[in-house]
Design a binder for this molecule. Sequence first.
Ligand code: DQQ
Length: 472
Amino acid sequence: QNERAAYRLRYHLMAPSGWMNDPNGLIYFNGQYHAFYQHYPYGETWGPMHWGHGISDDLIHWHHLPVALAPGEAYDRDGCFSGSAVDDQGTLTLIYTGHNVIDPEKDVIVQNQNIARSRDGIHFYKANANPVIHQQPAGMGQDFRDPKVWRENGVWFMVVGATKHDQGQVLLYESANLEEWTYRGVLAQNDGGNEGYMWECPDFFKLGDKYVLLASPQGVEPEGDRYLNHHQTVYMVGDYVNGQFIRSSFTELDYGHDFYAVQTLLDGKGRRIAIGWMDMWESPKPSQKHGWAGAMTLPRELVLTEEGKIAMKPIEELTLLRQQSTPIGPLHVKHVHPILSSGNLVELEAQFALVDSDASAFGIRFCCAADGSEETVLRFDLLKHTVTLDRSRSGEGPGGARTVSIKSAATIDVRLFIDRSSVEVFINDGETVITSRIYPQETSTGMTVFAEGGSIVMPTCTVHKLKSIWSE
Ligand code: DQQ
């Protein structure tokens, strides 16, 4: 096996090689999906940022296109940082942050906003008018990045991440032509709580009858089981009145170890689809020994629930990945029931009927080594109403368990996607989502379901072997 292929994912969007972080410029354009991403093509670590580029007909099968943006102009010489894409009357247009390091020792930077246009959807030309926003408004901190632009009633709007007195903010701008922008004020901010000093990668849109602001705050302090990392991805639900966003929540979007910098697109079917970076600044990255790092999550459809929360459902196209489906249930699990012995491109679709069960806990062990040396555990505790993803024995690399509360319900549905070094768990149609990287051995492919303190009924349990979308 090629050393550089170690741990590489088979059905996720990844860079052809090197480093990848935030998704950028997600857009449904001329009947195809484009996904750009923060990319350092020359190595496995973060470096001067480029925009990598992938294209897809269905959000599942991706093809690599040439690097879309590279640093080099006076205004973006140290990096083309995160941003978004729009359809400007048929012209695919990128809006991104130019990053300039003024004094590396004292950490002095300048960040500005720029645009680049394409005639063919492949090659991009930076506009002569750049930077289209030279600097942050007076009195703000130096971090000023990650423009998300959209059009409403014939006007372009932009939200951009910022900071003032070490409190994260999202600023709102508007424009008639993408080149001249007017500052409209602070859309939302950290009001002094544990909400971070800089809000990266904002996204703002209507969902159902509410407005949603997504942001990736830096500098959040871990609080018990809340906030595992200093970087977080949160959503705020609220109302948008006269340019003011009045939020009524501030909630983690995904409870895994490796989910950050999420962005969304609105597609031809009217769905709001989110993709995040499936790695994390704080996470050790064993794949770097093999020349690469970072991946995108599977696409998830955002839905506002009746309780005003956001659910992230795996998009329906994910069934295109299914190659061979083996129904194993219904099952009555007393202690342990084996359900899979080989394969690490897998989706498990399982239902647990709690009303018919007397277990106090149950769950799934996966990526298990035959000799018992490795396993990753998803465990539901019915007394505490929690779910835990435990990767303390998951193989090389980071350990740690994450526990989150779940609603009590008559049934628990689980869709679990394993792609070699990643796991994405969708509980009850995306009400709770856990995304983490794990680094098991290639041969650790066992899977079992288990019950503790009684038995658990599984009305359905199906294992889907999934196919690779890459030829490597
Ligand atoms: N990553 C980008 C920034 C963004 C951060 C640089 C978030 O634009 O704020 O690679 O991960």
